[in-house]
Design a binder for this molecule. Structure first.
Ligand code: QAP
Ligand code: CO
Length: 171
């Protein structure tokens, strides 16, 4: 089932998410709905809070060299922890909850993470490149943070002005 994605400035996006305690059918339905919703909206990452579910669940599906988004490359992440961060990288990020806005954000270049898969198996692994950026972006959602909060003061002011203009034009 495709669910509605909530967008800035919906206050729910600021709500910290809680850990999953049961790896059951309900979690599997949530993960399947998140995948359907993300694909319909042409996303590469989605956190549960973006469909108004405050649980520590996120999915990432990075396109391959041919720009194809294969389901076999879908990563389902439950109760993630970033254990180590290394280096810095800058990438022009976007977010399904901040549609049609993209800006440079600096993040760690390489991360060591732990999380659980949909069956409750613990995963310990390292990520770099776009996967590391997406993982950090989605983990921020679980803390109630958006990438626009990482912008410089001036860029944030410019964003707020543009966003207000856009919201008014849609009324
Ligand atoms: C997070 O972002 C991310 O504005 C996932 O009109 C960001 O999937 C991962 C999207 C940067 C890695 C690097 C945004 C689609 C999708 C839009 C997304 C839009 C349509 C964003
Ligand atoms: Co996002």
């Amino acid at each position: 089932m495709i669910r509605e994605i909530i967008t800035y400035p919906d206050k729910l996006l600021k709500k910290p998410s809680k850990d999953i305690t049961r790896f059951d059918e309900e979690l599997h339905l949530l993960l399947d709905d998140m995948y359907e919703t993300m694909m319909e909206k042409n996303g590469i990452g989605l956190a549960a809070i973006q469909i108004a579910v405050p649980l520590n669940v996120l999915i990432i599906n990075i396109p391959d060299k041919d720009d194809k988004q294969l389901k076999e490359n879908l990563v389902e992440v439950i109760n993630p922890k970033i254990l180590e961060m290394q280096g810095h990288t800058v990438y022009k990020e976007g977010c399904l909850s901040v549609p049609e806005y993209y800006e440079d954000v600096q993040r760690a270049q390489k991360i060591k993470v732990s999380y659980f898969d949909r069956h409750g198996n613990k995963i310990l692994t390292d990520y770099d490149e776009l996967m590391a950026i997406a993982f950090q972006h989605e983990c921020d959602h679980l803390k109630g943070e958006l990438f626009i909060e990482k912008l410089s003061f001036l860029k944030r002011k410019k964003f707020e002005k543009e966003w207000k203009k856009k919201l008014k034009s849609k009324k």
